[in-house]
Design a protein around this ligand. Structure first.
Ligand code: 5GP
Length: 186
């Protein structure tokens, strides 16, 4: 992991499902300086998720059309569903004083590393496997098969953490958020 100080306004946050990155991003976006990209996905909305708020939920055929039209900065298949970052908003913030966050999986982050080596890459980890599994289970919105799939994907994703600029352990949410605010000087 490199420790060079970058000063990009593009920040990529990855970490396995259950690492708590959604809660972290929700805290970070309370700052008026921080905005978060809204991804496209072919997965169905969970209870409480809104279209155009949490994700833009689309059919696979629509997603594939957007790929053909080169509308994604990156996209990846994760546990059977497609997820992608629309390229437009990333371009728009390039000149802005705002910090723009992408919360995406490792496959997507590795694609962006090639295009945007200047961006800041942060990997979030749960403190241990047991906590990770508990967090996945406590969502109660997914069945055992999906939880196990996500747990296995998490173990694999963890191997890529060495490519990131920073690795933050999310034991207590407040501490993890403070650490990232420190890194980004928010
Ligand atoms: P979930 O289904 O739990 O919302 O997301 C599953 C995984 O997909 C998470 O690791 C999440 O960060 C990732 N993800 C969300 N949006 C994107 C995206 O636009 N691109 C990529 N590559 N991954 C994404």
């Amino acid at each position: 992991m490199s420790v060079n100080k970058k000063s990009s306004n593009l920040v990529i946050i990855s970490g396995p499902s259950g690492s708590g990155k959604t809660s972290i991003c929700n805290e970070l976006t309370k700052s008026p300086r921080v905005e978060q990209s809204i991804s496209y996905t072919t997965r169905k909305p969970r209870d409480g998720e809104g279209n155009g708020i949490d994700y833009c939920f689309v059919e696979r055929s629509e997603f594939e059309r957007l790929i053909k039209e080169d509308k994604f900065l990156e996209y990846a298949e994760y546990c059977g569903h497609l997820y992608g970052t629309p390229v437009g908003p990333v371009r728009e913030v390039a000149e802005d004083n705002k910090i723009f966050i992408l919360a995406i999986d490792v496959q997507g982050a590795l694609q962006i590393m090639k295009k945007r080596p200047d961006a800041i890459y942060i990997f979030i980890k749960a403190p241990d496997d047991e906590t990770l599994k508990q967090r996945l289970k406590s969502r109660l919105t997914e069945d055992d098969e999906i939880i196990n799939k996500r747990f296995m994907a998490a173990k694999k994703e963890m191997e890529a953490s060495k490519h990131y600029d920073y690795c933050v352990i999310n034991d207590r949410l407040d501490d993890a958020v403070k650490e990232i605010e420190g890194i980004l000087q928010i």
